[in-house]
Design a protein around this ligand. Sequence first.
Ligand code: DCP
Length: 153
Amino acid sequence: FVTMGWLIATRSARGAAETDDRPKDVVAAAIVDGGRVLLAQRAHPADLAGKWELPGGRVESGETHAAALAREIREELGAEVEAGDGVGKPVTLPNGLVLHAYRAHLRGGTPVALEHLDMQWFTADELRRLDLDDVVPADRDWIPELCVVLDEA
Ligand code: DCP
């Protein structure tokens, strides 16, 4: 029984270590086309559901930010993008994850909300008029930078 207990303890310790070893980075895509940026409305978790975000997700072990961005946009929007310059400063979430936003250039396909509630292309003026309560908290700081990007586009 002692051996069994040790085995279980070792397994769960290893399981926890594996979870902790996942990269803490999250990448998000600012896809700009025709003077508009694409925002997507989160479906989950409950406290973020219905709020707008730059689409993206967690970087996997051994993956570059550019590869993660392309994979997440393929999975979530069914489109091919190429990562460009960073947008704004990285944002650290209370849970320790660090979000990085990048310009993303459409290279193929037409984005469709496959995993989000909805998606919408926003002009700079529409972004400025957006109620920040309707934006995922971590993404709020990026709005001014996105307006600059759109004004220059
Ligand atoms: N996040 C955010 N703003 C974004 C993108 C993500 O605040 N523009 C946050 C929400 C989550 C975390 O980053 O706390 C991970 O994002 P996702 O749930 O979208 O990423 P994954 O789909 O990779 O998550 P998982 O594999 O954990 O389901």
